[in-house]
Design a binder for this molecule. Structure first.
Ligand code: SF4
Ligand code: SF4
Length: 377
């Protein structure tokens, strides 16, 4: 009997959760194991957003054997999540093979796309390849001369995705300097929610990854979008950084780029992030545990006003690792500040009990590692 898309979607969500718990356990257990790597299979893009420094108009796709070798190397380093970005990754003719290889290693496969090239066939192919997450950034409601990543242009394709995709979809909108119609972010987030997608909001950064705060109006919009977030394990809650930046305040944190987060450019070099290319600029094929150790300890001068949220989120895992009780408490209290009726979910209470609050915590951690086939030490 053919299983319908809603049921397949649910079954895949359960499997995704299992691998996310595994990712979390691995991050807690191994200080220098990469949590998240971003890989670029093609730098070419079909759009030319006015603010973007991550694309060109001419480059060819990275050959498939090279991309597969990069995925294999990331898996050998123990990477839990591999995100494919660009340029526009849907321009790579063998994108689904890359996703399949990520999944074959048991990692979580994520794709960042402008969705212009999405079609019924492509959605089916991404389903079959085992894609876990798709993130689409939408900048405005109507296209303008800065960005064509617009709700009105993509509405039809979003409808196809809502009906046919078996993977989880997040729509990201942006606030901050240079955003002409900040109120659009709320329209985009509401539309995303109405389709059953997740919605997040980021703060615009300059070419060095640095942000300048939000105006008061924009901050209210930011808060309204944040209130739509429901799941406590969503990375959107790990937003202490964003809130400070929204107020124009720096963050005191240790960026672990080059260790917990790796950015692999189209040439196969490891960089701290998309905005700090050239550091350390070592070929992924040669990247070693010693490189990871060095970058884990390195202090990045760009950290205080950095708005690269995926790197901050991986750094927060290390903060949980160092002070689990304080971080869990902080997470719940911050959620309560925006939603006074918030009750700590059962799973979070269980984790707090299993790993923090009882005298068998050490034994439970060991059993957990064995259950998920994790290396110890
Ligand atoms: S769609 Fe994305 S990669 Fe392409 S130009 Fe716009 S921001 Fe850059
Ligand atoms: S602090 Fe880290 S993530 Fe942010 S711009 Fe610098 S290297 Fe990149």
């Amino acid at each position: 009997m053919q299983v319908g898309i809603p049921l397949r979607r649910k079954l895949r969500a359960v499997d995704r959760r299992r691998r996310e718990v595994r990712m979390f356990a691995a991050a807690m257990q191994h200080r220098t194991r990469p949590v998240l790597a971003q890989i670029v299979p093609i730098r070419r893009c079909n759009l030319d957003c006015g603010y973007c420094n991550e694309y060109d108009r001419t480059s060819a796709p990275v050959p498939l054997p090279e991309m597969l070798a990069r995925v294999d190397k990331l898996a050998a380093l123990g990477t839990s999540i591999i995100t494919i970005s660009g340029g526009e990754p849907l321009l790579h003719p063998q994108l689904e093979d890359i996703i399949g290889r990520i999944r074959a290693h048991g990692a979580i496969a994520t794709l960042i796309s402008n969705a212009y090239l999405m079609s019924h066939e492509r959605i089916r192919a991404l389903n079959d390849a085992g894609l876990d997450y798709l993130q689409i950034s939408i900048d405005n409601v109507q296209p303008d001369d800065t960005s064509m990543k617009s709700l009105r242009v993509l509405e039809r394709k979003l409808g196809w995705l809502a009906r046919e995709a078996e993977f989880s979809i997040t729509i990201n909108s942006v606030l901050g300097a240079g955003v002409r119609h900040p109120e659009d972010a709320l329209v985009v987030a509401r539309h995303a929610r109405s389709l059953g997608f997740n919605s997040t909001v980021g703060i615009a950064h300059d070419g060095g990854g640095q942000s300048r705060g939000l105006s008061e109006d924009q901050f209210h919009i930011y808060q309204d979008i944040r209130k739509m977030e429901t799941g406590v394990f969503s990375f959107a809650h790990f937003d202490r950084f964003q809130e400070n930046l929204a107020h124009g305040l720096p963050n005191a944190w240790h960026c672990r780029a080059g260790a917990r987060f790796l950015y692999i450019c189209e040439d196969g070099l490891v960089h701290w992030c998309s905005q700090q290319r050239g550091h350390p600029g070592i070929p992924l094929a040669d990247y070693s545990q010693a490189d990871i150790e060095r970058e884990y300890a390195a202090v990045k001068g760009c950290a205080p006003f950095c708005s690269i949220s995926c790197v901050q989120q991986t750094a927060m895992l290390d903060q949980i690792r160092q002070d689990p009780r304080g971080m869990l408490h902080d997470l719940v209290e911050r959620r309560r500040a925006t939603d006074p009726g918030f009750r700590t979910p059962v799973l979070l209470r269980f984790l707090a009990w299993a790993f923090l609050d009882n005298r068998w915590a050490g034994a439970l951690r060991g059993a957990f590692a064995r259950l998920f086939g994790l290396r110890t030490g």
